[in-house]
Design a protein around this ligand. Structure first.
Ligand code: DGL
Length: 267
């Protein structure tokens, strides 16, 4: 048993979609979220640079006493997870990967769409997963150009964002995809826009949030690291940028609750 925090790291706001899943399922766990913010977006940086940034972030989370670290970023996972596991063998890590396997098992049309960053789509890990599970299926990939920037600017509802989402998704839909994988942790913030663009077409949209949360639970159990019941979870937000960015992280993390709360107050 350990009441030490779980560390969750991303280039920016994206990993908050994973943070929310973990917090909902594991309310006793304290969480430290590190959103780089200074070097975001990672999506088209060279692999070596992303690996350096990931290592610095992990060191910072380890200095904070984290007992397990979730690399809540597909791009950083693709560039650095093997290196991190070698470098810090005593630390349990959970990485993020586009949910290609479940998508290949579920598609009826045989066409799977995967939207992710350039770096994730060209990573060895992604190519190996496609080779392993994509047999007999057509995998149509697309880079979500401008999507991360829109989320970082809190511009999910802007008309320009909808235009960018449409521009990326229409060719994937036209190729016959009946399931679209969101392979970047920023993208679930765009779900309402993505669903608007899909409209009444019978297309499922999936992300990795719930599967990652399950993996966190199983690693906590395997290492005997669950927090004691009712110890009082604490949520902290760190960044490589400035205090203002940390405050924005906190606001975005709790944003869905503020909306619910406002609705309740209104009713
Ligand atoms: N949220 C990230 C991912 O899952 C990184 C996006 C970026 O910084 O480009 O890939």
């Amino acid at each position: 048993m350990s009441d030490a925090p779980i560390g969750i790291y991303d280039s920016g706001f994206g990993g908050l979609t994973v943070w929310r899943e973990i917090r909902r399922a594991l309310p006793d766990e304290s969480l430290i979220y590190l959103g780089d913010g200074k070097n975001c977006p990672y999506g088209s940086l060279p692999e070596q640079r992303v690996a350096e940034l990931a290592e610095a972030a992990v060191r910072r989370l380890m200095d904070e006493g984290c007992k397990l670290i979730v690399v809540a970023c597909n791009t950083a996972t693709a560039a650095a997870i093997e290196h991190l596991r070698e470098m810090f063998p005593a630390m349990p890590f959970v990485g993020l990967e586009p949910a290609v396997k479940p998508a290949c098992l579920r598609t009826r049309s045989g066409v799977v769409g995967v939207v992710a960053t350039e770096r994730s789509l060209s990573g060895r890990k992604f190519l190996a997963t496609v080779a392993r599970y994509g047999g007999g299926k057509r995998i149509v990939t697309a880079v979500g150009r401008g999507w991360v920037e829109a989320v970082e600017a809190d511009a999910e509802q802007a008309p320009e964002t909808e235009r960018r989402v449409r521009e990326v998704l229409e060719p994937v839909i036209a190729a016959g995809a009946d399931i679209i994988v969101l392979g970047c942790t920023h993208y679930p913030f765009l779900r309402p826009v993505i669903e608007r663009v899909i409209g009444d077409r019978d297309i499922e949209v999936i992300d990795s949030g719930a599967a990652v949360e399950k993996r966190v639970e199983s690693l906590l159990d395997a290492h005997g690291l669950r927090a004691s019941a009712g110890h009082g979870a604490v949520y902290r937000f760190l960044s490589m940028a400035d205090g203002d960015y940390c405050e924005r992280l906190r606001r975005k993390a709790f944003a869905d609750e503020v909306v619910r709360q406002e609705k309740n107050d209104y009713i």
